[in-house]
Write a protein that binds this ligand. Structure first.
Ligand SMILES: [Zn+2]
Length: 212
């Protein structure tokens, strides 16, 4: 694994192209939010104007903060729709951070493009796959259109390998299920598949039902 470092901007070299999109993706417990907070904190140290947003439905810990599992946190603004980010971040914001991006609808992709086109550094963190291992919400299009992509990994709770899957430990077929520490564990591919095989009835797709 290599350590991601931010794209360099030399102080004596005025940037000609300021805006771009970075995506931090991975499973639950992979450190996505910690990495987002690390980058945003560094931007603040560089005296850049930083705004952070997250979907209003993600109220696991605190409505105002982006909070990661190790309890580092940073002030954020909950929004219902991606279009609110354009309104709230307009005018002089250097860096826009967006956490839990998988919960936004597809319009987030165009919002991120508009921000980056307009000169903003956009850093998006989110789950790349849902609990069935399928691409999650707007994440595939964000990954495709980003200049920089970082996939972070958790550790498989079964075998200790690198984990890319969020295995749901409770019987629910809903794509969105909050309260993750009790309901999910990080697993590698073989351990994820073994778990799925052990409880096939909780997944409607495996019974022929359509939709999520
Ligand atoms: Zn494993």
């Amino acid at each position: 694994m290599s350590l991601f470092t931010e794209p360099r901007r030399f102080p004596l070299d005025p940037p000609r192209h300021r805006g771009w999109l970075e995506v931090i993706c991975g499973s639950m417990f992979s450190g996505k939010t910690e990495e987002l907070i690390r980058r945003l904190t560094r931007a603040r140290i560089a005296r850049q104007r930083v705004e952070i947003f997250k979907p209003a439905l993600d109220t696991r810990y605190h409505a105002q903060d982006v909070v990661s599992h190790n309890h580092t946190s940073i002030r954020s603004t909950p929004v219902q729709l991606p279009s609110e980010i354009l309104l709230l971040a307009g005018g002089g914001t250097d860096v826009v951070g967006i956490d839990e991006a998988q919960f936004f609808d597809e319009s987030l992709v165009d919002v991120c493009r508009q921000l980056a086109d307009g000169g903003t550094r956009v850093i998006v963190a989110g789950l790349d796959m849902d609990f069935r291992g399928r691409p999650f919400g707007p994440m595939p299009a964000l990954l495709a259109t980003a200049e920089f992509v970082t996939k972070v990994h958790a550790v498989c709770v079964c075998c200790g390998e690198l984990a890319a899957y969020s295995y749901r430990t409770v019987p629910s077929a809903s794509q969105v299920l909050l309260g993750e520490t009790e309901a999910y564990e990080a697993r590698c591919r073989p351990c994820f598949l073994a778990g799925e095989a052990a409880q096939p009835l909780r997944d409607p797709a495996r019974q022929g039902a359509a939709g999520r």
